[in-house]
Design a protein around this ligand. Structure first.
Ligand code: GCU
Length: 341
C-alpha cells in the first residue's frame, strides 16, 4: 500500500469517527492501538543528545505521547546504546526495537533503489532534497517497499546536509590530493565506489568506530557534515575540513511494520502530522547548528578550505550514472531532478 493511501486511510478514519460521534477523545480509545498501546517503544539513534536529529525526535516523542494520551509512548535512545546502525536495522526487523533513525545507505543493503537518495549530484540544496524526500507522491512506494520483505515502514526523512571530506594530513583541493589517503565511508558499495572515484582508498566502518580509527591512524580521514565533525569530536583528530560537498545525505525515521500496523488510522495520522512538524523544527535547528559547529571547530584549530568543485563534479557524475541501473532508480532520479530549481 502506498504512503498516500495510508495517509488517506488515516484521514478517512477521522472522518468516519466524527460522523459516528465518537466522543470527546475523538474515539481514540475505541480505535484500538493493538498490543503496543502504552508500552515503551524503543527508538535507536547513533547521535548524541546535542544533535538536531535527537532533539527533533525527542520532541516528536513528547508530542506523540501527549496527543495519543500515552498510547504511542516512544523513548529515544541516543549514542548507539541500542546498537550501531547495521545492528539496529536487524533489531528493527526482528522487533527487538521499535523505531530507528538510519542513514539512507544502510537501506541500500535491503533494496538498492534506496541508493538514489544517497548519490552525488542528486540534490542541489537541502530545500530541494526535503521537497522530494517528504513527498509521498515521489517516495511513498519506496518508503513502503520494505514492509513485507523486512517488516519496516519508512515514515520520513531529515537532512544530513552536504557531506564533505576531512582528514589529518592536508587540505584537499583536487581529487589528486586524495591519492594515498584512507577515508572512512558508510557501509555500502556505492559509498566505497564514490570515495575511490574521488581518488582515495575507502574504509567502510560504523560511525562509532571513526574517532578511534582516526586517532590510531588506521584511517586518515572521513566524510560527513560539520555537525557530526563536532559532536563525534572528529575535529580533534582530523583538522583539515575541505568542502567537497560531494552529496546531500538523509536520515530516515523507520518504524517496525508490526508496531506501525498496530496503530489506529487516527494515530497514524497524528504521527504523520507530528513528523512533518518535526521536520520543520529540525530544519530550523540545522543551519544554526552547522554555523556553530564551524565556529567552534575553527576556534579549536580546524582549517576549512574550498575545493576545485568542477574537478570533483567530473569524477562524481560518472559514479551517479553508473549506479542508476534499474528502471525504478532511473525514474526516481528523474523525478528528483525535475524538482530542482
Ligand atoms: C551522519 C548521519 C548518521 C550516519 C553518519 C555516518 O552523522 O546523520 O545517520 O550514521 O553520518 O557517517 O555514519
Amino acid at each position: 500500500m502506498s504512503l498516500k493511501k495510508i495517509l488517506a486511510g488515516g484521514a478517512m478514519a477521522a472522518l468516519l469517527c466524527s460522523m459516528a460521534a465518537c466522543g470527546a477523545d475523538g474515539g481514540s480509545t475505541g480505535a484500538s492501538s493493538g498490543g503496543t498501546s502504552g508500552k515503551e517503544l524503543k527508538l535507536s539513534i547513533n547521535q548524541t543528545e546535542q544533535h538536531p536529529n535527537y532533539i527533533a525526535l525527542a520532541h516528536l516523542a513528547d508530542r506523540m505521547r501527549e496527543r495519543t494520551d500515552g498510547r504511542i509512548n516512544i523513548k529515544v535512545y541516543p549514542n548507539a546504546v541500542l546498537g550501531a546502525q547495521t545492528e539496529s536495522m536487524q533489531s528493527l526487523e526482528q522487533g527487538v526495537i521499535d523505531l530507528a533513525s538510519l542513514s539512507a545507505p544502510q537501506l541500500v543493503n535491503l533494496n538498492t533503489d534506496f541508493q538514489v537518495l544517497d548519490l552525488p549530484l542528486v540534490f542541489d540544496s537541502v530545500e530541494h532534497q526535503m521537497n522530494c524526500l517528504n513527498d509521498p507522491d515521489l517516495v511513498g512506494d519506496l518508503y513502503m517497499s520494505l514492509a513485507d520483505s523486512h517488516n519496516m515502514v519508512i515514515t520520513g526523512a531529515y537532512t544530513q546536509g552536504a557531506r564533505s571530506v576531512y582528514n589529518s594530513k592536508q587540505p584537499i583541493v583536487t581529487p589528486d590530493d586524495m591519492k594515498g589517503l584512507k577515508i572512512r565511508v558508510q557501509e555500502t558499495d556505492t559509498q566505497v565506489k564514490m570515495i575511490e572515484a574521488m581518488g582515495a582508498t575507502a574504509s567502510p566502518l560504523s560511525f562509532g568506530e571513526v574517532y578511534g580509527a582516526l586517532q590510531t591512524g588506521v584511517i586518515d580521514g572521513a566524510e560527513n557534515n560539520q555537525v557530526s565533525y563536532i559532536t563525534m569530536k572528529h575535529y580533534e583528530v582530523a583538522k583539515y575540513y575541505s568542502y567537497t560537498n560531494h552529496l546531500i545525505g538523509a536520515d530516515l525515521t523507520i518504524v517496525n511494520a508490526d508496531v506501525y500496523n498496530s496503530w489506529s488510522d487516527e494515530d497514524k495520522e497524528v504521527w504523520q502530522e507530528e513528523f512533518a512538524a518535526s521536520v520543520d523544527e529540525f530544519n530550523e535547528l540545522w543551519d544554526a547548528t552547522v554555523a556553530d559547529a564551524e565556529e567552534q571547530t575553527k576556534a579549536a584549530g580546524s582549517q576549512y578550505n574550498e575545493v576545485d568543485a568542477d574537478a570533483f563534479r567530473a569524477v562524481l557524475q560518472p559514479v551517479t550514472e553508473a549506479a542508476l541501473t534499474t528502471e525504478t532508480q532511473k525514474a526516481l532520479y528523474q523525478a528528483f531532478r525535475e524538482r530542482a530549481e
